[in-house]
Unconditional design. Structure first.
Length: 367
């Protein structure tokens, strides 16, 4: 579990008792710095001003005081390495200002996490990362529920997660509902019930892939996907629908067990597909390797498109899914839920457009 540091916010509005003790001498200040954590009282004693004055100035109300007083207090705080007491602040407001993020720490998702962290950091929130051990699990796998439990135990104010299965039932997240904690899913929508979601418009990716190949002149098209992943199903749906609108186009669709045997068979035919869309860059990389083994050239004989822009194949035509923006959008939606207390509102669904990046694996079909 990894903890990113939060930004420190003010302690405005806190009332402290006055101190009439004269300022600390050099030896006392040194002992303070070497010993216990420095508090507002230490700054007040060092500067000879009241606790209330120190609290207001360091709490953002410095315009109420003379510039010289403000400068003296800020200089003392810096010399004493003062940091606000986040725990005390959180107890007062009833929040921990932490967000649980259950997201894989690999490739594409690292950019999503960067968007989450950067946005929340600007608003004074820390991100606690609970990393699921697998990208994909069965719907009855309890590992993810255990990670959620660990995050809830740490009193996070909300959870942003990439589900490892779209088939999780609502009861799987009972602990979240019982605490009235905002839950935002990314990358995959939960199919059995609705919650806030931020991700890619997967159906539009498939449609754009088909149109790009059709614009290049391809009419024999093929989609390679999976039958157990929602993103693959939606991209395949979009690809087939768009291909169906192209005059003279045919579209094959290989998913599930045995798909590579089907691909190998169809690529030996004289009327083999000339334009292939793979639901992910990883599948596209695997396909290109196999095409090379079969003596099929890319893009001279066959054009290949992936999705994800993971740069697994440097010259691969693919789609940039804007992962940083997805993370940023999830964080902004979280802030809206927590600050406006709109958790009882209908779920918000945000699908960002992906950007086609044409590269060297697509070209017009052979004459």
């Amino acid at each position: 579990m990894v903890i990113f540091p939060p930004c420190h916010s003010s302690e405005a509005g806190v009332i402290y008792r006055f101190s009439r003790r004269p300022g600390l001498n050099a030896e006392e200040r040194t002992m303070r710095k070497q010993g216990a954590a420095v508090g507002l009282r230490d700054i007040a004693e060092m500067t000879g001003v009241s606790l209330t004055t120190v609290s207001k100035i360091l709490g953002g109300k410095d315009k109420l005081f003379a510039d010289a007083t403000v400068a003296r207090i800020r200089q003392a705080a810096q010399q004493l390495n003062y940091r606000p007491n986040a725990i005390a602040r959180n107890l007062r407001c009833g929040r921990t200002r932490t967000v649980g993020a259950m997201i894989p720490l690999i490739g594409y998702f690292s950019h999503v996490l960067s968007g989450i962290h950067s946005t929340l950091f600007e608003h004074g929130y820390a991100v606690i990362i609970g990393t699921p051990p697998k990208l994909n699990t069965a719907s009855d796998d309890q590992t993810e529920a255990q990670v959620i439990h660990q995050l809830i135990e740490r009193n996070v104010d909300g959870i942003i997660l990439r589900p490892s299965s779209e088939q999780f039932e609502r009861a799987y997240f009972d602990e979240i509902w019982q605490r009235n904690v905002p839950l935002i899913a990314i990358d995959r929508e939960l199919s059995l019930f609705k919650t806030d979601f931020v991700g890619t418009d997967d159906e539009a990716i498939g449609a754009a892939a088909a149109r790009h190949l059709a614009d290049l002149g391809h009419r024999r098209l093929l989609f390679i996907g999976r039958d157990d992943v929602q993103t693959a199903e939606l991209r395949g749906l979009g690809f087939r629908c768009a291909a169906g609108e192209v005059e003279g186009a045919s579209c094959a669709h290989f998913v599930g067990a045995g798909q590579w045997q089907e691909v190998a068979s169809v690529m030996q035919r004289d009327d083999r597909p000339t334009g292939i869309f793979c639901y992910s860059d990883a599948v596209a990389e695997r396909l290109i390797t196999r095409l090379q083994e079969w003596g099929v050239r890319v893009p001279e004989d066959v054009s290949v498109i992936g999705a994800g822009n993971t740069k697994m194949v440097r010259e691969l035509t693919t789609f940039d899914q804007q992962p940083y923006e997805i993370g940023k959008g999830a964080a902004q939606l979280y802030l809206k839920r927590i600050n406006e207390d709109t958790r009882a509102a209908s779920p918000t669904i945000i699908r960002l457009p992906a950007i086609l990046i044409p590269r060297a694996t697509t070209a017009p079909p052979p004459a």
